[in-house]
Design a protein around this ligand. Structure first.
Ligand SMILES: Nc1nc2c(ncn2[C@@H]2O[C@H](COP(=O)(O)OP(=O)(O)OP(=O)(O)O)[C@@H](O)[C@H]2O)c(=O)[nH]1
Ligand SMILES: [Mg+2]
Length: 363
């Protein structure tokens, strides 16, 4: 039977903590189970409920902290305590206390366990579900994950999910380097793991919005999260990808101009045909460089998947050119901007769109 420690951060979760813990305890037959609750000064009866549950089950430790020290800090303290448990854990699961994460799905997460892996209970893989979120929460969550995808090298769809199963070796490796006190701990853990060559696996979960209790997620956390993305973007060298993408774009311009000259002046092809031919060859040139250099580490699948990526790339470039010409015409005709400046602005806008599209939908 594997040793499992379940870490639960809480502040005022009296409405759900009992059901959650009973739900976890149901799996007693499957694991040698230990539960660690990290509470930040609950005043609604959470602690009293926990006391009763601890007496009943005998495998619950409550770390009582006097005031709100932050979600990330609670997770770090929970992981640290898990490593120091009497029975050294094989794996450590983190789960929210508000029943958004279904304890029934614990075996789904631990089933994908590996000592050097983080298993994410994911809402954004096939069969993943979200119940009860309005459009604003959906947009905020997708937006956060989109930014992580674009600006970091974390290969996961649901980087903000807190339902996870960590291999113990992995926690031992990454814990000393963690510093987040807020919700940004979610991406800090993933980035640290990726940097050390550990793996990330996602399994589908059903996520349900909290029915009781108050959300602890405030606006301030959004800025802290964005700051963490920028820190990772700079420190992981992810910014180099943009420079690579830019140089590939420039190589495409050189290829187009060179071939245009060659076909038109040397082979006497009509310059419009030459242009079409050279543009298509330049697209192929750019694709090959991006596939084998810019996004080499993100390439998933070969053969038919490479062809699919090429088709997406090809279509996006043709659309990009059309947008570019339309924008240039618009800036020049409607705003009376000089056509060279219009062109430069259009090229810049399309470059940004192309990059975002490439990084999020192609590679
Ligand atoms: N100990 C501790 N626990 C926290 C802190 N902030 C949040 N939590 C707990 O962490 C879990 C996740 O917090 P939630 O408020 O549910 O955050 P969320 O799921 O992003 O937001 P909602 O959608 O409103 O539920 C819950 O169990 C909280 O009680 C904190 O500062 N300290
Ligand atoms: Mg919640």
């Amino acid at each position: 039977m594997p040793n499992l420690v379940v870490v639960i951060p809480t502040i005022n979760e009296a409405g759900t903590i009992k059901a959650l813990i009973e739900g976890v305890e149901k799996h007693q037959a499957q694991y040698s189970l230990h539960i660690i609750v990290v509470d930040d000064g609950s005043t609604d009866g959470t602690l009293e409920t926990l006391e009763r549950l601890a007496e009943k089950h005998g495998n619950i430790t409550v770390i009582e902290r006097e005031r709100k020290l932050g979600f990330g800090s609670a997770i770090r303290d929970g992981l640290k305590a898990a490593l120091q448990s009497d029975l050294p854990p094989d794996m450590i699961v983190t789960i929210d206390a508000d029943l958004s994460h279904d304890p029934e799905q614990l075996p789904t997460l631990t089933g994908a366990y590996n000592p050097d892996t983080i298993v994410i209970g994911s809402r954004y893989v096939d069969s993943g579900e979200i119940h009860g979120w309005g459009p604003y929460r959906k947009l905020a969550s997708s937006g956060a994950n989109f930014l992580v995808r674009v600006f970091t090298n974390i290969p996961a769809r649901d980087c903000t999910s807190g339902y996870r199963c960590y291999g113990t070796e992995l926690v031992q490796a990454i814990l000393p380097g963690l510093e987040s006190t807020g919700y940004d701990i979610q991406i800090e853990t993933l980035e640290n793991a990726v940097r050390r060559g550990h793996k990330i696996v996602e399994v589908p979960i059903k996520f349900t919005d909290r029915h009781t209790g108050e959300s602890k997620l405030n606006r301030n956390q959004i800025w802290i999260f964005l700051r963490r993305i920028i820190t990772i973007f700079m420190s992981s060298g992810e910014w180099r990808r943009i420079l690579k993408f830019m140089s590939v774009g420039l190589s495409g311009v050189i290829v187009t101009e060179g071939l245009l000259w060659l076909f038109t002046d040397f082979y006497r092809v009509h310059y419009v045909i030459s242009a079409l031919l050279s543009i298509e060859i330049a697209i192929l040139n750019n694709f090959i460089w991006n596939e084998t250099w810019t996004f080499k580490d993100r390439v998933q699948g070969s053969g038919i998947y490479t062809i699919q990526r090429f088709l997406k790339f090809n279509i996006s470039r043709v659309l990009g050119m059309m947008i570019s010409v339309s924008l240039m015409t618009f800036f020049t005709e409607v705003y009376g901007i000089h056509y060279l400046i219009s062109n430069l602005s259009a090229v810049f806008i399309v470059f940004v769109i192309n990059y975002l599209f490439s990084v999020s939908y192609i590679w």
